[in-house]
Design a protein around this ligand. Structure first.
Ligand code: DHB
Ligand code: FE
Length: 293
C-alpha cells in the first residue's frame, strides 16, 4: 500500500448494496425445513428455485442483510402497531409464535449502522419507531433460514425493518417505494466497508381468512414479479385497497418488496425469478436482483 492509498481507502469505505431479494415468508416453509422435506414432490420445485440464489450469496458474500418484513403479532400487536419500525439492537431473538416452528438462534445486529439508517430516514421525514429490543417473527426468520440453511452461524449482521401490513391504515405502495429510495441512499452513505443485501419478504397474493379465504391471483402475481424489476412505479400507483382487491387481504405484503426495490436504485439486473403456487394459501414469489455497478 503506498502513502496515497491510505486516503483513497478511507474514501472508498462506504457500504455498497450488492442486490435485493424478494421472497415468500410463509410459516409452512419453516415447518418443511424443520422436517427436511426439501425433496418432497410438493416442496421440491419451491426449494430448488432457491439454489441459484444461495449460490449467488455464496459468491457475493454480503456482510449485512437489511430485512424488510412485517411483524404479524410477535413483537407488535394490534394495540400498538407502528407504520415503520427499525431495529437498533446488537441481537434479535426469535420466539414461539404458535405455528410449531423451532425457535431459531439469535440474529446478530449492527446497531451503529441501524442508527445511521434511522437518522437518514428521519431526516427525510419518515417517522419511525426505533427498537433497541425486538423479537423477529416468521416474516424475518423464514427467509433467513431459506437463504442460509446450512450456515453454522448467521453469516450476516442484520437490520430488521418492520412495515405495518396488519392494522389499517397501512402505508401506501408509493410511500414504501420512496422509503426504499431513501433507505438505499442511507445504506450507501454508511462509512464502513459493508456489502449489503436488502430482503423484501412476504406476498404475493394471499387471503388467510374471510369470505375470499384461499384467494390467489396468479396473473397479478406474475405481473408484479415482472414489473417490479424495471417499472416499480407502475406497482406504486396502486392503493392498498387495489392490492387487497387484486391480491387478497394479505396481498399488501407486496409493499415490503417495493421498499427492497426502491433501495436498489434505477439500474438493476434480474438474475432469478420464480413463482410457485400453491404453497399453503399463498402464491409464493422469488426474485433476485443485482444492483448495477
Ligand atoms: C401464510 C402466509 C403469510 O404471509 C403469513 O404471514 C402466514 C401464513 C400462509 O400462506 O399460510
Ligand atoms: Fe405474512
Amino acid at each position: 500500500m503506498n502513502s496515497a492509498s491510505g486516503c483513497s481507502r478511507l474514501e472508498a469505505e462506504v457500504a455498497r448494496i450488492i442486490g435485493g431479494i424478494g421472497t415468500s415468508h410463509i410459516p409452512a416453509i419453516g415447518l418443511a425445513m424443520a422436517k427436511n422435506q426439501y425433496r418432497d414432490p410438493y416442496w421440491k420445485p419451491f426449494f430448488d428455485a432457491y439454489q441459484p440464489v444461495r449460490a449467488w450469496l455464496g459468491e457475493t458474500r454480503p456482510t449485512v442483510a437489511v430485512v424488510v418484513y412485517n411483524d404479524h403479532g410477535l413483537n407488535f400487536f394490534l394495540d400498538k402497531m407502528p407504520t415503520f419500525a427499525v431495529g437498533a439492537a446488537t441481537e434479535y431473538c426469535n420466539a414461539d409464535e404458535g405455528w410449531g416452528l423451532p425457535t431459531q438462534r439469535p440474529f446478530p445486529g449492527n446497531a451503529a449502522m441501524s442508527w445511521h439508517l434511522i437518522e437518514q430516514l428521519a431526516a427525510a421525514d419518515f417517522d419511525l419507531t426505533t427498537c433497541q429490543e425486538m423479537f423477529v417473527d416468521h416474516g424475518f426468520v423464514v427467509p433467513m433460514q431459506l437463504l442460509w440453511p446450512d450456515a453454522p452461524s448467521w453469516p450476516v449482521r442484520t437490520i430488521p425493518i418492520h412495515v405495518n401490513t396488519v392494522q389499517h391504515p397501512l402505508p401506501s405502495p408509493a410511500r414504501c417505494l420512496k422509503f426504499g429510495e431513501v433507505l438505499g441512499r442511507a445504506i450507501e452513505s454508511w462509512p464502513a466497508n459493508e456489502r449489503v443485501v436488502v430482503l423484501g419478504t412476504g406476498g404475493l397474493s394471499h387471503q388467510l381468512d374471510g369470505r375470499r379465504a384461499g384467494f390467489i391471483n396468479k396473473p397479478f402475481d406474475l405481473y408484479c414479479l415482472e414489473k417490479i424489476v424495471h417499472e416499480p412505479e407502475l406497482l406504486a400507483r396502486y392503493s392498498i385497497r387495489d392490492l387487497i382487491e387484486f391480491a387478497g387481504t394479505q396481498g399488501p405484503e407486496l409493499i415490503q418488496w417495493l421498499i427492497m426495490r426502491g433501495a436498489l436504485g434505477a439500474d438493476v439486473r434480474k438474475l432469478e425469478s420464480n413463482y410457485h403456487v400453491p404453497i399453503s394459501n399463498t402464491g409464493s414469489g422469488l426474485l433476485l436482483l443485482e444492483k448495477a455497478a
